[in-house]
Design a protein. Structure first.
Length: 363
């Protein structure tokens, strides 16, 4: 069977046995190479993406580990919603998505190039042609210009999708062997592998990595009396106070806690206009151990707070996965950067169901 989205896949497949995920975030304004059909699904897209990313560049790969079931794990590019990939791509300013397709004719070593990043599309086509490779526009059935395509879900909403035919991919490896064992061994890479990948790297080096400032998060707030100038913000989660009015606060520390609570309690993609806002909490339910889940959630919370709440200082993060309830409890100890001292720390616990529903109240 095939899966319509990652949640369905993760619910029935085992990470580390059926599939694996490799993820390395970039810093600042960065380009990311991704292989959403990596491993045994469409070899050697993971290896090409990793080589082009280099040892320190941003990189993501979703890899099938079993050649017999690989085809079942091929999530569509337009609905690829694995949380770490969404966050990595969403924070990038340039994206190159590596995929493999079958030959359209008996034998054709062709790269089909598409996507909404017109500048990088043109540069890649130019560099590959100069290096002696054939490029073309893809058939409509796997064309990459859909705004929902994972390649186009970066900050400028424009990326590149490369579809390499099987004949082309075979030409990159000794004896045309695309088995898992063969592509995993760098010694099997032919000179064509490096000529091809280096052409992509040259093209990518020519595009500017301009910073797209994140959109200012919407705040429902009011201004206090004119002589005080106090900002009053609605409480998160939403509540009614003892008078029957919407609960609000003018305490800057409480407002910061509320914003962190909202951030942790939101899954990436839930805010339509801010696709990368949030923390991929529900993915922890499918980790192989509580330790792995806790480590991933700690990193995800720290990354999200650093990006979306730079005025916050996180001193501790702890996560508890309750598989029997399909729930993750995350406690975040946070203080304002302009209020030094441990006595200023406050802790907020957020419970998140697998679907992303926030179920707890401030603690």
């Amino acid at each position: 069977m095939t899966y319509p989205h990652y949640r369905a896949l993760a619910a029935s497949r085992v990470l580390g046995i059926d599939y694996d995920i490799s993820n390395r975030y970039g810093t600042g304004a960065y380009l990311v190479h991704i292989a959403i059909h990596g491993g045994a699904i469409e070899p050697p897209t993971s290896q090409l993406a990793e080589y082009c990313a280099g040892s320190a560049g941003a990189y993501y790969s979703f890899e099938a580990l079993n050649e017999l079931t690989a085809a079942d794990l091929e999530l569509p590019a337009t609905s690829f919603d694995e949380p770490f990939c969404l966050v990595n791509v969403g924070n990038s300013v340039r994206t190159i998505s590596w995929r493999g397709v079958e030959d359209q004719r008996e034998t054709e070593e062709v790269t089909y190039i598409s996507g909404l990043d017109d500048v990088l599309v043109a540069l890649i086509a130019q560099e590959l042609t100069t290096a002696g490779f054939v490029t073309d526009t893809p058939p409509l059935r796997f064309e990459g210009s859909d705004p929902q395509n994972i390649a186009n879900r970066n900050r400028p909403r424009a990326g590149v999708q490369l579809d390499l035919t099987r004949s082309l991919r075979r030409a990159l490896y000794a004896d045309g062997d695309l088995s898992a064992e063969a592509v995993a061994n760098p010694a099997n890479r032919l000179p064509a592998f490096f000529t091809y990948a280096d052409a992509i790297k040259r093209a990518a080096a020519q595009v500017p990595l301009t910073v797209v400032e994140p959109e200012t998060p919407p705040v429902i707030a009011a201004t206090g009396p004119a002589d005080t100038g106090v900002s009053v913000a609605m409480r998160t989660p939403f509540a009614i106070d003892h008078t029957g009015a919407v609960a609000c606060t003018n305490d800057a520390r409480e407002q910061l806690l509320d914003r962190v609570h909202a951030l942790v309690g939101t899954l990436p993609g839930e805010r339509v206009m801010r696709a990368t806002y949030g923390v991929p909490t529900s993915s922890a339910l499918f980790e192989i151990s509580a330790e792995v889940a806790n480590d991933q959630l700690q990193r995800a919370v720290l990354d999200a707070v650093a990006e979306f709440e730079p005025s916050a200082v996180v001193s501790a993060v702890s996560a508890t996965v309750i598989n029997s309830l399909g729930m993750v409890d995350i406690s975040v100890q946070v203080s304002r950067a302009d209020v030094p001292g441990a006595e200023a720390d406050q802790t907020r616990t957020v419970g998140v169901l697998v679907g992303g529903t926030v179920v707890s109240t401030p603690g």
